[in-house]
Design a protein around this ligand. Structure first.
Ligand code: ATP
Ligand code: MG
Length: 251
């Protein structure tokens, strides 16, 4: 089943065509990568799909046209993102950051009463599950400032999880992580996908991308130049010329 269908999505900033007639389909339950050079349009794509930037074209989510929905309406339908620059509520604990996100969409209100009886509230249950999925249960009462950079990024991820995603768009979650932290993050993103959440992952960490993604789409100057398995992408001369050759040359 197709969860997200993008048709001719275009975004223009002044004279810059940040996205140029992009067509993309995401199958439900898949983990897809989106790569490309700096300025290729990856963040703009996430902004456009979540309604945070004005765009032309169509966004279909679960078959319904959401092109004119506001960001909060898309979020309530299960379309959630993380940000390239992490923004946490610094005066709230980790747990409170997640509760705020859960309460914003209120999706857990539909969880059956069986979960509710005697135990924690549904919102607390999803917060607990989200913290567990990213391995932060022990840090729940800490403030973000007390955590490492890697842990803070995981709080961002857990916060998106607590909001009840059907589709999770992750913008450079591995930025600033060392290779070991990035490996753990990869396992956690996979675990999230295994719970049935469809994931679109944007990152420049190629070992992470090649390791966790089932399919990779490549953007260059706002256009899709390739789409295929990690192996096909690695072997594609156009991708090597536009991006992978340059990544390999980086120190
Ligand atoms: N708010 C904005 N105003 C003007 N131009 C913008 C704006 N946001 C992005 N752009 C331009 O749109 C293009 C796409 O930028 P975008 O941030 O989507 O790239 P990216 O693929 O996410 O890059 P990176 O890998 O560096 O994060 C770039 O040319 C960028 O300069
Ligand atoms: Mg970006």
């Amino acid at each position: 089943m197709t969860l997200l269908e993008i048709k001719k999505l275009s975004v223009t900033f002044g004279g810059v065509r940040a996205l140029d007639n992009v067509d993309l389909e995401l199958e439900a339950g898949t983990l897809t990568g989106l790569i490309g050079p700096n300025g290729a349009g990856k963040t703009t794509f996430i902004d456009a799909v979540t309604g945070m930037v004005e765009s032309r074209g169509q966004v279909l989510f679960g078959g319904a046209d959401i092109s004119h929905d506001a960001p909060h309406q898309r979020a309530a339908k299960g379309l959630l993102r993380t940000f390239q620059t992490l923004e946490l509520f610094e005066d709230l604990t980790v747990e409170q950051n997640l509760l705020a996100a859960a309460e914003q969409t209120g999706w857990w209100q539909f969880i059956s009463d069986a979960v509710r009886r005697g135990g924690p509230t549904p919102a607390n249950t999803v917060v607990n599950q989200s913290l567990e999925l990213v391995g932060l249960s022990d840090e729940r009462r800490r403030l973000p400032a007390e955590l490492s950079h890697g842990q803070r990024r995981l709080v961002g991820l857990a916060r998106a999880l607590a909001a009840g995603p059907k589709l999770l768009l992750l913008d450079e979650p591995a930025a600033g992580l060392d290779s070991n932290e990035s490996l753990i993050l990869g396992q956690q993103i996979r675990a999230i996908a295994e719970t049935g959440v469809t994931v679109l992952l944007v990152d420049h960490d190629m070992s992470l991308m090649l390791d966790v993604c089932e399919v990779i789409t490549v953007l260059d100057f706002g256009k899709i130049i390739a789409c295929g398995s990690p192996q096909q992408i690695q072997d594609d001369p156009a991708v090597v010329a536009a991006y992978l050759g340059k990544v390999a040359q980086q120190p």
